[in-house]
Every structure is written in structure tokens, then in C-alpha cells.
Design a protein around this ligand. Structure first.
Ligand SMILES: Cc1cc2nc3c(=O)[nH]c(=O)nc-3n(C[C@H](O)[C@H](O)[C@H](O)COP(=O)(O)OP(=O)(O)OC[C@H]3O[C@@H](n4cnc5c(N)ncnc54)[C@H](O)[C@@H]3O)c2cc1C
Length: 498
């Protein structure tokens, strides 16, 4: 039985492990943290569950898609996993009007037309394009660079649909999309959820996931999902080594003999899969010159590819204050967080998942503020140099955000308290994430999202997994990249990939 070491127990590493175990390999996952799951996670403060990942899960609909089958295989979803319906993507309220990106696309169209009949042409173009984008799915059986005529035929509707969406909004950012509307409220709504330089294409595809009913959230949230996947890995015989940071791969000639752990132990294997952040992989685990050319081009092109992260604060209110469930933004003259002067404020209220709720007369709400690259770097520096100043800044921002909630929901006065805050530095220290980013690169409107094949030219038995190999990242890319690394090893060994 061939032995495979997997560096990193995020969803990508776990997926690779499950597929390889099923395909007859002996696998060992080495994870630096005391818990697996990586960025798919949650934790408790004062006994209250805090979720920190799934806002929507692409291909969550129980259908015959390859991605849904993979979600089932790894235990993310399944017949025994109940779902919270994602009723809206998000809403934005300003000057007494609300734009909501509903699951029901026709309701969105109707409400937008009521707000701004003069934008009819643009509203129709947007809604019609979202409808086309509902064919979106993530191919999950085989890497796309290995597609033959059979796969091309199978995915033709998807490829055609994506081509049409790309053509309709080619060269447009979310800012451009927003600016193309006469209504300032509709225009502004587009820039609430994602960085304004994100391609309009990405937004349309994400929203289409929800309108097609394929972006629901598993009940119990991200931590429960991660633990189901860990359980599945163990059920199929995998070995998970927690608290086991890896220092580097041990390389000689054109192959790796195994890994060197931070504690000095060296472990041998026939294959190694690196399922960590890509920057960490090629600054710490492997020589920088082994980074695949395509990936390096993206890292080097700072003009067109960037990363972002968020400052997060979570609050418990000892009352129901009329806060809508899920994500809602409102126009405000808000505080400055990092370099962002907030002119809109967003809340993520977890009422949609009562299973994770403290009590039914309380409100659990998270506030996330986008932090662009300069802010992220500052957080990382502050956390490394001056822990007290870092903690003070977290508190200062948490207080400012809390004041804004109370301004909007005066009934929360005296009943609200902050449970926790976390920053880009949290992602960097916890998951070794590049610039504290929990997604991969944002490609601007003049560039393309890039997928790298997960192979290292100089090393014949090392494969790359993880979200950084595929587009702008997220759970489906991370999971399929784990599957594809396993697929390549199965192919090399001439065994079916299960
Ligand atoms: C707030 C938030 C919201 C999100 N919302 C969504 C969403 O709605 N939908 C969606 O699809 N995605 C979402 N994501 C993104 C999603 O969580 C990530 O894309 C995905 O979890 C990345 O998985 P991964 O396995 O590639 O990487 P990671 O999760 O980063 O896993 C890598 C693992 O490697 C470990 N590691 C790193 N270095 C070493 C080392 N030297 N030795 C041993 N172990 C190491 C890390 O600790 C980590 O566990 C969200 C993420 C966050 C944080």
C-alpha cells in the first residue's frame, strides 16, 4: 500500500485524504492546529457558538452534479444533513428604500424596477444574465486540464453559460456595474458584499448560486461541517496528526522523500500533497523556484491581482431587536475601521439557524468590515510587534461598531456586548494565510482568474491542493483541488480514483 502524506488538514487536505483512503492508499494528514478544518471553522465564547465560514455553499442542492456528489462523499452534505435555505444573498437599505438580492430572482427584478423604472434595461440585463448563470456548477470528477471530448460535451451547457455571462459583463468590475445604474441605491448595493474591484462576473455567478437554490447552508454551521468531514476521513481509515506543524518537505533530486516536522521528526512517504496556503508552501515548505509559473505570474502581478480580508466582531444582544436574518447593509455615516470610512454598515444575523442559537429571545450578530491589503499588512505587523496595541485596536473598533448597531437599533442599548473580535492576523497565525487572506486572489476586471494544475514540474511525487490553485478560492475550489491531487496520484499508480 503506497503511503501519502498530506500537509494541512483544511477541507482540501481532508478531501484528498478521504479520496485516497477509498482508493487504497495509506494517508496521514499533518495539521498544525489542535483542530482540523482550517478556515472552515467555528468556536465558542462564553458557551456561545460563533460561526466563521459558510455564508453560502455552492452546489448545495441535492442533484446529480459532480460537486454535490463530492459534498456527499466527504460528509459536508448528505441525506442526514438538514439545510438552512438561503432566502437572500443580502440587502442594502438607504433613504427609505431597500434593494434585496432575493433567492427569488423575479422578486428582485420587480423590486428593483419599483425603485428605479428608468433602469429597466439594465435591471433586465442583470436579472436575465443571473438566470443564465444558474447553470454554474463545479466540475469535481476530474481536473479540467484533463478534460476530453466526453467531459467537454457534458459540461457544454455550463461552459456556454459562463461564456455568455463573461461576454455580457466583460471588463466590468462591481464598481462599474453599480455605476451603470441611474439609481444610486441600486448602484451602491452591488459594492456591499465584495471588494468593489471584484469582477462583475463573480458577483453574478455567486448570486446565481443562490437564485438557483444551490447556495444553502448546512444546519449547524461551519464547525459541524468540518467535524463531519473529519469523521468521514477517520471512518475510511485515515490518520490525522493534530498539533503537528510541518517545517518543510524533504527533497532530493526530482522527488520528496517525505516531510520534516517542526519537532525535528522526519517522516517518509511515497507521495506528498501540499494542501496549505500557496505562499506558505513556496516560502517555507518548498524552494520558491518550484512555484508553478502560472501561479507565480499571479503572485507577481500586483497590479491586477490582490488579496483582502476582514475585521470581524460578534455581538450578543439580550433581546430581539427586529434585525433581519442573514446579511443586511444600511447606509450610514459610520466609523473608520483601518483605512475604510464606513458609509454602509452590514450585519450578519444568525436567526436563520436556530440550532446554533443561544436562546430565542437573544440576537447573535456578526459585523465584518473589508480590510484591503494595506490594512491587512498593518494588522499583521501590529500583531507581531505589539500585542497590547493590537488588542487595544480590536477593542476600539469593536466599540465603534457596537455604537453603530445601537444607533440603528436603539432597543439594543444596554443589552449588547461583544463576544469576540478577529482580524487578518488571526487567519495568518492560525492558517499561515498569505496577507491574512481567507480567500485566494481577487482578479480585477482586466485579468482572468487563474487555475494551476497542482503539479510541480521539478518534483514527480509532490502535488498541490488548496484553494490557491483555483480562481478566487472558496470551499468548492478547495475541495476539488484536494480531489484532483488525489486523482493525479491514482492516475500515476494506475488505480481507479474513488
Ligand atoms: C469568514 C469566512 C467566510 C467564508 N465564506 C465562505 C463561503 O460562504 N463559501 C465558500 O465557499 N467559502 C467561504 N470561505 C472560504 C473557505 O473557508 C476557504 O476557501 C477554504 O476553507 C480553504 O480551504 P483550504 O483547505 O484550501 O485551506 P485552509 O482552510 O487554509 O487549510 C489549510 C490547512 O493547512 C494548515 N497548515 C498550514 N501550514 C501548515 C504547516 N506548516 N503544517 C501543518 N499544517 C499547516 C492550516 O492550519 C489549515 O488547517 C470563507 C472563509 C472565511 C474565513
Amino acid at each position: 500500500m503506497k503511503k501519502v502524506i498530506i500537509v494541512g488538514g483544511g477541507i482540501s487536505g481532508l478531501t484528498a485524504g478521504i479520496v485516497l483512503q477509498r482508493s487504497g492508499f495509506e494517508t496521514h494528514i499533518y495539521e498544525k492546529n489542535p483542530i482540523a478544518g482550517g478556515e472552515l471553522t467555528g468556536w465558542k465564547r462564553e458557551g456561545i457558538y460563533i460561526d466563521n465560514c459558510i455564508d453560502w455553499l455552492t452546489n448545495s442542492k441535492a442533484d446529480d452534479s459532480e460537486m454535490y456528489a463530492l459534498w456527499k462523499d466527504i460528509g459536508m452534505l448528505g441525506d442526514n444533513v438538514k439545510m438552512c435555505p438561503k432566502n437572500k444573498f443580502f440587502s442594502y437599505t438607504a433613504d427609505g428604500k431597500t434593494v434585496t438580492f432575493w433567492r427569488d430572482l423575479e422578486r428582485t427584478r420587480k423590486e428593483m424596477l419599483e425603485i428605479s423604472p428608468e433602469d429597466k434595461e439594465n435591471i433586465d440585463k442583470f436579472c436575465d444574465t443571473v438566470k443564465i448563470a444558474e447553470v454554474f456548477t463545479v466540475p469535481a470528477n476530474k481536473p479540467m486540464d484533463k478534460f476530453g471530448p466526453k467531459e467537454l460535451k457534458k459540461f457544454w451547457p455550463f461552459l456556454k453559460g459562463m461564456g455568455a455571462v463573461g461576454k455580457a459583463y466583460q471588463g466590468m468590475s462591481l464598481q462599474d456595474l453599480g455605476d451603470s445604474f441611474k439609481s444610486p441605491i441600486i448602484g451602491k448595493a452591488f459594492t456591499m458584499m465584495h471588494p468593489a474591484n471584484t469582477q462583475a462576473f463573480s458577483f453574478i455567478v455567486s448570486y446565481a448560486t443562490i437564485t438557483s437554490g444551490s447556495g444553502d447552508i448546512p444546519v449547524g454551521g461551519s464547525l459541524a461541517a468540518a467535524m463531519r468531514i473529519v469523521d468521514r476521513y477517520k471512518e475510511v481509515g485515515g490518520t490525522l496528526h493534530l498539533n503537528s506543524p510541518i517545517k518543510r518537505l524533504v527533497v532530493s533530486g526530482n522527488q520528496a522523500s517525505g516531510i520534516l516536522l517542526e519537532d525535528g521528526n522526519e517522516i517518509n512517504a511515497d507521495y506528498v500533497i501540499v494542501a496549505t496556503d500557496a505562499n506558505h508552501a513556496f516560502t517555507k515548505l518548498l524552494p520558491a523556484e518550484y512555484m508553478p509559473k502560472k501561479m507565480k505570474a499571479v503572485f507577481d502581478d500586483k497590479e491586477h491581482y490582490t488579496t483582502f480580508s476582514k475585521f470581524h466582531a460578534i455581538y450578543l444582544i439580550d433581546a430581539k431587536v427586529g434585525m433581519p436574518e442573514d446579511t443586511s447593509f444600511w447606509k450610514c455615516d459610520g466609523p473608520t475601521i483601518g483605512r475604510t470610512k464606513m458609509n454602509a454598515f452590514g450585519t450578519l444575523c444568525y436567526d436563520y439557524d436556530p440550532s446554533t442559537y443561544p436562546t430565542e429571545d437573544q440576537t447573535l450578530v456578526q459585523v465584518k468590515v473589508i480590510q484591503y491589503l494595506e490594512d491587512c499588512k498593518e494588522w499583521l505587523e501590529l500583531a507581531a510587534k505589539d500585542k497590547d496595541a493590537y488588542d487595544e485596536r480590536r477593542k476600539e473598533y469593536a466599540d465603534k461598531l457596537m455604537a453603530e448597531i445601537v444607533k440603528h437599533y436603539p432597543e439594543a442599548e444596554g443589552k449588547i456586548r461583544c463576544l469576540d473580535t478577529w482580524t487578518p492576523a488571526t487567519y495568518a497565525s492560525r492558517c499561515n494565510s498569505y496577507n491574512g487572506s481567507y480567500m485566494s486572489f481577487v482578479a480585477d476586471k482586466n485579468s482572468k482568474t487563474v487555475t494551476t494544475p497542482g503539479v510541480i514540474k521539478q518534483l514527480r511525487n509532490v502535488f498541490l491542493a488548496g484553494q490557491w490553485n483555483m480562481g478566487s478560492g472558496g470551499l468548492p475550489p478547495a475541495a476539488v483541488q484536494g480531489k484532483f491531487a488525489a486523482w493525479r496520484i491514482c492516475k500515476k499508480e494506475g488505480v481507479p480514483c474513488k
